[in-house]
Design a protein around this ligand. Structure first.
Ligand SMILES: C[S@@+](CC[C@H](N)C(=O)[O-])C[C@H]1O[C@@H](n2cnc3c(N)ncnc32)[C@H](O)[C@@H]1O
Length: 390
C-alpha cells in the first residue's frame, strides 16, 4: 500500500498512531508496532545531532522497518535502513574484513556454541557491572557477531549496539528481534546517539582496530552521562612485540589482501598445518604458545577438552582476525591509563587482562571533580577536527 500522508513528526508518533500505513507489509499477520519504532526515536544525525524521522515510503516486515530511510529534515541528510538496520557508514570501509569474518563465524564464539562460558565471564569480569541493569541505557561499541550484546541484553538494559562493518548483520541474526536492542551500523567516531545519554558503555576487542584508538576512546566518553561508566580494552604494546609476534612480520602483506582471498588462504594454511599443530600443542607448557608463533590461533588452553572441530573453527576465525585488520594499534599500560586520567575519569582501574589491557572509569557527576571535568572537556575538545576514517 502506498502512503500519501504527510510524514509523521517522529518515529514514536508512528508507533503511537497505532499504525501509519507502510508502503507494504511482508510476512503477514498485520502490522504489529513494536518497541523497535520507539527505539528509532533515540537516533540522531551524527553530523548535526538533530532528530531523525522515518521518511516514506518504507517497508515493514512483522512490524519492523526492513527498508527505508531516516531523514534529518533540516540538513536533508538521509540514512538508509537496509535489512532492518539503520546505516550510518558506507557499506565498504576499512573494517570490511570484520564484516566477512563475523558473517562467516556469526555463532562460533557464542557460549552456547562453544560450550564454554567465555563471553559471559569476560563481559561480567571486564565490566564489573551488576546482573540487573533494568532501566539503564547501555552502549556497545564494535559489537562484531554480538556475543557480548547477548549478555548485555540479559541484564534487562536497553542496549544500543553499533559496529562499523556489516558484522551488524550477524548480530541481527542472533539478537536483532530482541525488544531491548537498538542496532546500527556506525563508526565510533560518528555515532547516531545523543551526547551524554548513556549510563554505561563498553568496547571490547575494538580500540586497537581503529585508526586513532585514543580518540575512539574519547568519542565514547562523549556519549556517557555524568556519573556514567566505561569499560574497554586494548591490545598491550610491549617492547619487542615486533620480534616476538610473527603476526607483525606478515601483516604488512596480509592486511592489504582482499578479505575473501585472505580468508581462503588462511583456511588452507590452517588445514595444512593442523596435523603439526596438534602435535606441537602437546609440548608441555609452551605448546599452544608455539602454535600462535606459527600463526595458528590455538585456543586449547582456553577451551580445555573442546573437540577438534571446535578448535579448528576458532583457529580459522582468529588466525584471520590477527592477519586481516587494517589497523592493529596497541597501547602501553601507561598511555591507556593516561587516556582515562586526562579525560577526567574517576575510579580509574587499568590493568593487564584477557585481551591485553583492561580499563574502567566513571565520568564525574556534575558539580563534582571540577578539575577532572575541565580536563575531560579539554581532552574532548581535541576531538574536534577528527578526520572521518575511510
Ligand atoms: C575483533 S572485532 C571484536 C568484536 C566484538 N567486540 C567481540 O569481541 O567479539 C573488532 C570489531 O570492531 C569493529 N570496528 C572497527 N573499527 C570500528 C569503528 N571505527 N567503529 C565501530 N566499530 C569498529 C569491527 O568492525 C569489528 O567488528
Amino acid at each position: 500500500m502506498t502512503v500519501n500522508k504527510p510524514p509523521l513528526s517522529s518515529l514514536s508518533d508512528l508507533a503511537h498512531a497505532g499504525g501509519a500505513p507502510p508502503m507494504r507489509e511482508r510476512g503477514g499477520g498485520g502490522v504489529r508496532f513494536q518497541m523497535k519504532l520507539d527505539h528509532l526515536d533515540h537516533l540522531v544525525c551524527p553530523e548535526t545531532g538533530r532528530s531523525l524521522r522515518l521518511d516514506e515510503p518504507y517497508v515493514l516486515e512483522k512490524g519492523r522497518v526492513m527498508q527505508g530511510e531516516l531523514l534529518e529534515p533540516i540538513s536533508g541528510t538521509r540514512y538508509p535502513i537496509v535489512n532492518f538496520i539503520p546505516r550510518f557508514a558506507p557499506q565498504e570501509n576499512y573494517a570490511s574484513n570484520f564484516g566477512l569474518e563475523w558473517n562467516i563465524h556469526g555463532r562460533t564464539q557464542y557460549d552456547e556454541t562453544s560450550g564454554f562460558s567465555l563471553s559471559r565471564r569476560r563481559f561480567q569480569k571486564e565490566t564489573g557491572w551488576g546482573a540487573d541493569l533494568r532501566g539503564e541505557n547501555v552502549l556497545e561499541v564494535g559489537c562484531g557477531s554480538g556475543r557480548f550484546t547477548r549478555h548485555a541484553l540479559e541484564t534487562g538494559a536497553l542496549v544500543f549496539s553499533c559496529d562499523y562493518s556489516n558484522a551488524v548483520e550477524a548480530n541481527y541474526r542472533s539478537n536483532g528481534t530482541h525488544e531491548n536492542l537498538v542496532l546500527v551500523q556506525a563508526s565510533v567516531y560518528e555515532m547516531p546517539f545523543k551526547r551524554g545519554f548513556f549510563d554505561k558503555a563498553y568496547c571490547f576487542g575494538v580500540l586497537q582496530h581503529t585508526p586513532d584508538p585514543r580518540n575512539a576512546f574519547l568519542a565514547i566518553l562523549e556519549h556517557l552521562r555524568p556519573g556514567g561508566e566505561i569499560a574497554s580494552d586494548i591490545y598491550a604494546k610491549n617492547i619487542g612485540r615486533w620480534l616476538l609476534q610473527p603476526k607483525y612480520w606478515v601483516r604488512p602483506l596480509t592486511r592489504e589482501m582482499a578479505p575473501r582471498k585472505l580468508y581462503d588462504a588462511v583456511k588452507k594454511y590452517v588445514d595444512l598445518m593442523w596435523p603439526l599443530a596438534r602435535i606441537v600443542r602437546k609440548i608441555p607448557f609452551i605448546g599452544p604458545t608455539l602454535n600462535w608463533k606459527l600463526l595458528i590461533a590455538d585456543y586449547s588452553k582456553l577451551l580445555p577438552n573442546a573437540d577438534d572441530a571446535t578448535l579448528k573453527e576458532w583457529a580459522y576465525l582468529d588466525t584471520f582476525d590477527m592477519l586481516s585488520p587494517r589497523y592493529d594499534r596497541p597501547a602501553t599500560l601507561k598511555n591507556f591509563r593516561r587516556w582515562h586520567e586526562e579525560a577526567g575519569l574517576i575510579d580509574v582501574e587499568v590493568h593487564y587482562g584477557f585481551n591485553g589491557l583492561e580499563g574502567r572509569g566513571t565520568k564525574p557527576a556534575v558539580g563534582t571533580a571540577k578539575v577532572g571535568a575541565r580536563r575531560q572537556k579539554r581532552s574532548i575538545d581535541r576531538l574536534i577536527g577528527i578526520r572521518r576514517p575511510i
